[in-house]
Write a protein that binds this ligand. Structure first.
Ligand code: SAM
Length: 205
């Protein structure tokens, strides 16, 4: 596994190393079906894990983020990080951090950075995907929209992954959990055991 753990420890983000390792394993398997895609690059933590597997497979990772931060990352909100605030534009800008992570991880020839909204990236998308990791805005409507826009590109065997799936409301927000349950209820996916708060579904034939 060619993943720089020191770099990961030094990269801002919310992903537990166990979840990262699982992302890596799943992306390694999914690469046989097609490229991988994530919604929510932030500073590149999940990108390093997914990207390392894609590099090993000789495929690519599409990583989507407008880099303006989610609602909870704005000034005054619980996940605001002043280092990510650009005083010239008075907006969050995680793209320089993301770009530095890609360079340090040696992933510039593997990761296609799409600096735009998930909705815009999806508008003309036609490429089948081996794996979709949803970790953008966490409110119910946004997660549901990401699920609906991107899961349609998964072939049989493809993985649909949600971050921050909390079955117990005491542990966190409801959006990802509710959409994860909705996806399961449609009967198109096998449910694999979760790793931390990473929900893992595999598309049935
Ligand atoms: C929780 S962070 C992602 C964390 C990242 N996966 C990691 O491992 O560190 C969510 C990111 O989603 C991005 N985001 C939120 N809504 C988005 C949208 N509609 N389109 C693209 N990116 C979005 C935010 O800018 C933010 O960087």
């Amino acid at each position: 596994m060619d993943v720089d753990l020191a770099l990961l420890a030094d990269t801002k983000g919310f992903l537990h190393p166990d979840e990262g390792r699982r992302l890596y394993e799943l992306a390694l398997e999914a690469g046989k079906l097609g490229p991988c895609l994530e919604v929510g690059s932030y500073c590149g933590k999940s990108t390093v894990w997914l990207g390392a597997a894609c590099r090993q497979n000789g495929t690519v990772l599409f990583s989507i983020d407008h880099h303006r931060g989610s609602a909870e990352q704005q000034p005054g909100e619980p996940y605001f990080d002043p280092e990510l605030f650009d005083p010239r534009t008075f907006r969050i800008d995680t793209f320089p951090f993301f770009r530095a992570t890609l360079a340090r991880a040696g992933l510039e020839d593997t990761v296609v950075a799409l600096v735009c909204s998930s909705q815009l990236a999806a508008r003309h998308w036609t490429t089948p995907l081996g794996l979709v990791f949803i970790d953008g805005s966490h409110d119910f409507q946004s997660v549901r929209q990401d699920y609906r826009m991107w899961s349609r590109h998964l072939p049989a065997g493809g993985y649909l992954l949600f971050h921050d799936v909390f079955p117990d409301p005491a542990d966190g927000g409801r959006g990802p959990y509710q959409v994860y349950r909705e996806a399961i209820s449609r009967g198109q996916y096998d449910v694999l055991p979760m790793t931390g708060c990473l929900g893992i579904l595999r598309r049935r034939p």
